[in-house]
Write a protein that binds this ligand. Structure first.
Ligand code: ACO
Length: 424
């Protein structure tokens, strides 16, 4: 039976509570700055491939596969790319028996099913990749295989010679992506790989603190990522753009949403009091894709590995360049970007009026939606693609947390009924 609530001493959102020391990233909400391992995100996104970002995150924390055990040399991104490629192949060995069960599930739940099948030491082959590598490799493998199966297409085995981003797009589409597209996805994966003590990372650390291990921590993190206040936001951002007949509708639509008490997806942040720096990084990538599409050229800042934009023949029964039913088609990044910019302007103005004392600015998810859509990725996969990047950060945090060996166990304030005193 509920009792009347008294003044609470609880800090339900844990605002301002420091739960860990980390060497991984610094999110400066006042300056709008994200630093990962000493480097600003703008120095990394679009400049290094995802493999290098993962190497940076795991360095000094996790054993990096792809090297002889007795090697003392620091592993390179190339070593890691090779190891990740092999780990994708190991994860793919789990795909076939899961297809039927995964088909009945939403994309993110199917992804968790896949990861749950990766019990430590059960990947194909005697020498399983370490769990952090396996989890990182497995996310794009399961996400793309299950997405294709849901659409009646056969899953595609990984190509371990490709870069992680290139292989993700190839496994999803059934045909190699252009260098510009690979570069844009690489930049996205790097951009979202690590971001302080966000909800999913905290979840991973809570699970890690119980000594459950890497894979359970990643699965739990996926659960936290799914919600629309966190990594579930970009799908609804795209729904918002789709709901508008044109840019001129944006103002009225936004006003109606706010009047109905709904939040605008892709805006606001717990830490940032200014614009999320990742929003501009991703916007730049959309603009690059648009220019690349218009000029029919590869992305100027090539981050692909040799062979990433090779175009082998499609598998038997596949139509190279064919759209996945209900998903692919010519999306014009230019018109989407123009619409998004208008929506962003209207949303920022409306939010400033609604909350004059609390600056609500654009967050990473707004341009995530535009970018992933321009890459012809279905919106039901957006959160899984986010996970494909963030899993590198989660696993690095798991290793950090395991080093502290301290169980995370906060307290609650009991406001329920008290037991009736026993008559004496
Ligand atoms: N639209 C409308 N109102 C908003 C929005 C928004 N996008 N964001 C915050 N507000 C309102 C809140 O409802 C709150 O009102 P209240 O005081 O009446 O309860 C007020 O502004 C202040 O909110 P904050 O304390 O600044 O926000 P909080 O830290 O609680 O939440 C969050 C941050 C969850 C991201 C929120 O801004 C939100 O829901 N945004 C929309 C969803 C979204 O874009 N999520 C992705 C975040 S990025 C990421 O996780 C990768």
């Amino acid at each position: 039976m509920p009792t009347a609530m008294t003044a609470s001493t609880a800090n339900e959102g844990l605002e301002g509570i420091v739960v860990a020391q980390t060497t991984l990233s610094d999110v400066d909400g006042e300056a709008g700055r994200l630093v990962v391992r000493g480097r600003r995100i703008e120095e990394l996104a679009g400049r290094v491939p995802f493999e290098e970002m993962a190497r940076l995150l795991w360095e000094g924390l996790a054993p990096l596969a792809g090297q002889p055990a007795d090697s003392s040399a620091a592993p390179s991104a190339t070593d890691l790319a090779r190891a990740l490629g092999l780990a994708r192949t190991a994860a793919y060995a789990r795909v076939a028996p899961l297809l039927a069960a995964a088909a009945a599930l939403p994309a993110i739940a199917a992804l968790r099913l896949g990861l749950a099948s990766l019990r430590p030491g059960t990947a194909a082959g005697a020498a399983s990749p370490p769990d952090h590598l396996l989890a990182t490799a497995a996310v794009p493998v399961f996400a793309s295989a299950f997405a294709r199966h849901r659409r009646g297409l056969p899953p595609l085995p990984p190509d371990p010679t490709l870069g992680h981003a290139a292989d993700l797009l190839r496994m999803l589409r059934g045909e190699p992506a252009s260098a510009a597209e690979v570069s844009a996805l690489d930049a996205y994966l790097v951009t979202v790989a690590e971001h302080g003590m966000n909800a999913s990372t905290f979840t991973a650390r809570v699970v890690a603190s119980t000594r459950a291990g890497v894979l359970p921590a990643v699965i739990a993190a996926l659960c936290a990522l799914e919600g629309p206040l966190h990594g579930g936001a970009p799908g609804p951002v795209l729904d918002m753009l789709d709901a508008l007949a044109g840019p001129e509708d944006a103002g009225a639509w936004i006003a109606a949403e706010l009047a109905a008490g709904r939040r605008l997806m892709g805006f606001g942040h717990r830490i940032y009091r200014v614009r999320d720096p990742r929003a501009d990084v991703l916007k730049e990538q959309v603009a690059g894709l648009r220019q690349g599409a218009a000029a029919g050229i590869a992305h100027p800042r090539g981050t692909t590995r040799p062979g990433d934009d090779a175009r082998p023949a499609p598998p038997p029964g596949e139509d190279a360049g064919a759209a996945m039913p209900g998903s692919l088609g010519a999306r014009d990044p230019g018109s989407r970007l123009a619409l998004a910019e208008r929506v962003e302007r209207e949303a920022l103005a409306a939010l400033a009026t609604l909350r004059p004392g609390r600056r609500l600015d654009t967050n990473v998810e707004f341009y995530t939606a535009v970018l992933l859509d321009a890459l012809r990725i279905d919106r039901d996969l957006f959160t899984s693609i986010f996970a494909a990047g963030r899993v590198a950060g989660w696993t690095a945090h798991v290793f950090e947390q395991e080093r502290t060996s301290r169980l995370i166990r906060p307290q609650s304030e009991y406001v329920g009924p008290r037991p009736t005193p026993t008559p004496t």
